[in-house]
Write a new protein. Structure first.
Lengths: 484, 529
């Protein structure tokens, strides 16, 4: 077992160990244990990333149906996962939830995402998706707000349906090809023929199942519901990581199993998904306008952003796929931090809806500054990561002659601007007339986390080329036409 | 040639933001930092002049921004011209700003000062950007910096105008991004090159469709900030902002970055050949000429001083665009020179209006009768600025219009006609102001013929009622605080100096160098029929 495989398994197992420790320990310090476990995981993720950059991809087969595989691309999503879960801990330390239950689910959520991302087998992915769904449901339940139980129940039902659809697709493909290992399946499906109706069926089943988990319109209801009901740190995960994991699974299915050859011979499916994603982008943005509540606005914004990401993937050039990946990563950081900012504001000012945001900048300049910085990144003004992602997607789309995608990508900036500006306007130019519980209600660490995220969004945007060079090889392999 | 100076020039303003925010509890630090920073910036920019005039281009390359495009800033003649204007006027603005904020007791001064620094720094970034994408970055940053300034007062109207401003200019910025995308797709490069990006002319003739979309998107996008009709509506409304801000919007960064972007697009992205080949040059010139005339006419209608100046700006920006669109050397020189000419004069006018409002609370022309006695220096400076914008000889506005006239006459006889008519309109909307200030008293003020009022003017009831708002002070008395008056005088001196010796003050040389690099050598022997 090489170093790479060791760290791969470690990042999956470590949070589980942490979760076990929390249950076995005498309920005193779940936060501390979670932080310890996740810090270690973060270190190992860093190590894994370094190994991937230096030595290239690694695979490890445990048993039929369970194999692991890692490259720089999967590490990227893994990093997003760990950065967010670790960053959010800075928030939950004082703001809660404090329960043991929460931290167990929290750690299992982290593991599940790593599992989805590192799994080299479609069945394995399914199993980790189930764990992810369970953990997310559990996290949503960790608050006393009304309607949480039903929201969590609804989520589990919908998401499990998605996972099952995905499984149905996997079973179909496995029946055709005799394997569920992503790489082998790809080769054998190609011999069956990419226009074969069963092959197409299995693709559609998997795509629809995963689209449910990504929350593309019209399959987005659960995200809005859970996002609004869950406590803010959980919303940060739901917006930032959860759809990203599903998108990653989709990316693997799309490029590893079915390959761009499949997209080329089934233009109807390709353009169908592209248009579906664009509709998501458009409708998500438009629905965000109707939201008075900041969490609702953020939820719809997430939906539109994932429309953008999926459209970029389907453009299927190196440039566009890289754009999607960096957008995925950047969006995760920005949106996660945005949810925390919303939480900070709610804690200190009891402000949830746009009308309550007036004049916050005078009282909490740093939080307001982070809010503004994140908003700029969300809108996608240069040189933040939001701009860079869109730029690459649009360049890729134009290379392929997909004018409509490029146009939508460019215009989405304005659509996002339209619902962000009213918030900024209130924060900076409104007059304050709410309650202020005082700066002591919010810890420095909480503010630091969101300010760092805002800085990070700028740094990633400016350093996009470094990212690109690290991911180039993995993406090249992804979109390369299959050999033979 | 790697040279960090262009980068340093940009960075100083951004560092100033940090100092301003850190020193927010000490008014001296907060208000003094921009003055120091602006002087430093001028020094850095000026230090590059000898190099630029000698034909070198100091360039600082920070590495790749996105695949195929570098994050690099450079000081070429065109960029230097704009950067000199921005940095020199920043000095004046930062001093005046102290007087203005204290005189008006402005709130949120830290935010105001920081946003001003951000606007200026990004303006310098626009000037020194070496390619379209870097330009876009700073162009959008100017918006981020100026939005809080426009909406500064926080009144319902200011906030509504702020929305509108952002919608307009980010809309424009988005169009520019779209245009840059297409240019990048067409030739794989967006770096400015005198005479046009290599290969773009060929690509444009091979696929005129996308190329036309690209150039129209770029021009229209920049035209939003450049307030070219019909995309100008935000500008007069943005007058709700504090007057210093209006001055900055009009003279220093915002609108100038719009016309500067147009100049870059025509001269150094597409190049004169492709611009003419795509059939864009003539419509652009026509739109500019129309804007000049309509803007001047609308200026005539306004009783509100700032709104009159705003429409005047709309008209004057199109001089720049007209010059560039004519694509002959003399006209391009005139147009580029007008960037500087209009900036200095218009900033002086706005600062006069600001001083007037602080000292006497006068905001309308109908209230101005006799105010020249109360504030002779201020109104004197106003007269100088007005003369320059009207294009009278010995003022800088004459120099730029002269070149425009030279170039324009060779292209089409209508161009001189437009210039002369608009010159007359300039006199028509500035003279009543000067006249009423110096030669009338509130008791015997004639109503001024505003186009929006009945013909011949309405009775000056407003004028008489407003007549005694200010105190008469003796000629030796204090006119206004020195932080307001000194910048005014400096600007007036600048207008006159540039008007008398345009050829020995580098601006003309830079304009010539920039124009000649793209459109060929300037004929100095006079007009050839």
């Amino acid at each position: 077992m090489s170093l790479a495989v060791g760290s791969m398994l470690a990042v999956i197992i470590l949070p589980v160990v942490g979760a076990l420790a929390i249950t076995l320990e005498d309920r005193e310090r779940p936060w501390l244990l979670a932080t310890g476990a996740l810090s270690l995981t973060a270190v190992l993720t860093g190590a894994l990333a370094t190994i991937m950059i230096l030595d290239g991809p690694a695979t490890y087969r445990v048993a039929p149906g369970l194999a692991f595989r890692s490259d720089t691309l999967s590490v990227t999503i893994g990093l997003l996962d760990i950065v967010l879960t670790l960053g959010i801990l800075a928030y939950t330390r004082t703001a809660g939830p404090h329960s043991e239950r929460f931290y167990v689910a929290y750690l299992l959520f982290t593991t599940a995402v790593f599992g989805v991302v590192l799994s080299g087998d479609l069945v394995g992915t399914f199993l980790f998706l189930l764990l992810l769904i369970w953990a997310t449901g559990r996290l949503v339940e960790c608050t006393e707000k009304a309607g949480v139980a039903s929201a969590a129940r609804g989520y589990r039902r919908t998401a499990t349906l998605g996972a099952l659809l995905y499984l149905a697709g996997v079973v179909t493909a496995a029946w055709l090809a005799g394997s569920t290992n992503a790489d082998r399946l790809g080769v054998r499906l190609a011999t069956v023929g990419h226009t074969d109706s069963l092959v197409v069926t299995s693709f559609v089943l998997m795509s629809v199942g995963l689209a449910l988990l990504v929350a593309l319109i019209p399959l987005h209801g659960w995200l809005v519901e859970t996002h609004a009901r869950a406590t803010d740190p959980v919303s940060a995960l739901i917006s930032g990581v959860l759809p990203a994991a599903a998108v990653y699974a989709f990316l693997r299915v799309l490029f590893d199993v079915f390959t761009i050859d499949f997209l080329a011979v089934n233009p109807g499916i390709t353009s169908g998904i592209i248009y579906g994603a664009l509709v998501s982008l458009l409708i998500g943005n438009l629905l965000a306008y109707a939201q008075r509540d900041i969490k609702g606005m953020l939820a719809y914004s997430t939906i539109s952003q994932f429309g953008l990401v999926v459209a970029g993937l389907l453009v299927a050039t190196e440039t566009a796929v890289f754009g999607s990946v960096i957008q995925l990563f950047g969006h995760g950081i920005v949106k996660g931090a945005f949810c925390l900012v919303a939480g900070i504001i709610a804690i200190r000012f009891d402000a949830r809806t746009i009308d309550e945001f007036g004049g916050l900048a005078d009282r909490a300049p740093l939080v307001a500054g982070a809010f503004a910085g994140l908003a700029v990144a969300m809108i996608g003004l240069p040189p933040t990561v939001g701009f860079v992602g869109k730029w690459y997607i649009a360049v890729g789309a134009l290379e392929q002659g997909l004018w409509i995608v490029a146009a939508f990508v460019v215009i989405s900036t304005l659509l996002t601007l339209g619902y962000m500006i009213p918030f900024l306007d209130r924060v900076y130019f409104g007059t304050f007339d709410g309650t202020d519980h005082g700066p002591q209600t919010v810890t420095r660490a909480m503010v630091l986390a969101v300010v760092l995220a805002a800085v990070l969004s700028l740094a990633i945007g400016l350093g996009s080329v470094t990212f690109e060079s690290l991911l180039r090889e993995a993406i090249e392999q992804l979109v390369a036409a299959p050999v033979g | 040639m790697t040279d960090l100076r262009p980068l340093v020039a940009i960075t100083i303003a951004f560092l100033a933001i940090v100092v301003v925010v850190a020193g927010r509890r000490q008014p001296t630090v907060r208000d003094g930092t921009p003055v120091v920073a602006s002087l430093l910036t001028v020094a850095v920019v000026a230090s590059m002049l000898p190099d630029v005039l000698a034909g070198r281009t100091p360039t600082a390359n920070l590495g790749t921004l996105v695949a195929g495009i570098d994050f690099s800033v450079q000081a070429d003649p065109l960029g230097m011209l704009f950067a000199l204007v921005v940095s020199c006027l920043w000095v004046v603005t930062s001093v005046y700003s102290i007087g203005y904020t204290r005189g008006h007791d402005l709130e949120h001064r830290t935010r105001y000062t920081a946003a001003l620094c951000l606007s200026i720094g990004s303006g310098l970034g626009v000037a020194f950007a070496s390619n379209l994408l870097v330009l876009v970055i700073f162009y959008e940053l100017t918006t981020v910096g100026t939005y809080p300034l426009v909406a500064h007062k926080g009144t319902e109207r200011a906030r509504a105008v702020g929305y509108e401003y952002v919608a307009y200019v980010i809309g424009g910025g988005t169009l520019v991004v779209g245009g840059a995308l297409i240019v990048y797709t067409l030739v794989g490069d967006v770096a400015f090159a005198p005479g046009g990006i290599a290969g773009l002319a060929d690509a444009a003739s091979a696929s005129p469709g996308p190329a036309t979309v690209a150039i129209v998107a770029l021009l229209a996008g920049f035209a939003v900030k450049g307030a070219i009709m019909p995309l100008h509506a935000w500008l007069p409304r943005a007058m709700v902002a504090p007057t210093t801000v209006s001055g900055v919007l009009h003279a220093v960064v915002v609108v100038k970055s719009g016309v500067f972007g147009i100049a870059r697009t025509v001269l150094e992205v597409f190049g004169p050949e492709a611009t003419a080949g795509l059939g864009v040059a003539t419509p652009l010139a026509v739109v500019a000429a129309t804007t000049i005339l309509l803007g001047s006419l609308l200026a005539l209608r306004q009783d509100d001083l700032k709104r009159r100046l705003a429409y005047s700006t709309v008209a004057h920006l199109s001089y720049v665009v007209l010059g560039v669109a004519l694509l002959v050397p003399a006209a391009v020189v005139g147009g580029l020179l007008h960037i500087a000419a209009h900036a200095v004069a218009k900033l002086a006018l706005f600062f006069c209006v600001g001083a007037l409002a602080i000292e006497t609370d006068i905001k309308k022309i109908s209230e101005m009768a006799g105010v020249g006695r109360r504030m002779p220096v201020t109104m004197g400076v106003f007269a100088v600025g007005a003369c320059s914008l009207a294009g009278l000889p010995l003022f800088v506005g004459f120099a730029s219009k002269w070149y425009l006239l030279l170039g324009g006459a060779a292209i089409h006889p209508l161009v001189p006609v437009v210039l002369i008519v608009s010159g007359a309109l300039n006199v028509a909307y500035f003279w009543p102001i000067v006249y009423t200030a110096f030669f009338e008293r509130s008791a015997d003020a004639d109503p001024k013929p505003l186009l929006e009022g009945p013909l011949g003017g309405s009775p000056g009831s407003e004028a008489t009622s407003a007549g005694h708002r200010w105190e008469r002070v003796s000629p030796n008395g204090r006119e206004a605080r020195p932080t307001l008056v000194v910048p005014l005088v400096v600007l007036a001196l600048g207008v006159v100096a540039l008007g008398i010796w345009p050829d020995s003050l580098v601006i003309l040389e830079l304009a010539r160098a920039a124009a000649e690099a793209s459109v060929g050598p300037l004929q100095t022997t006079g007009v050839t029929p």
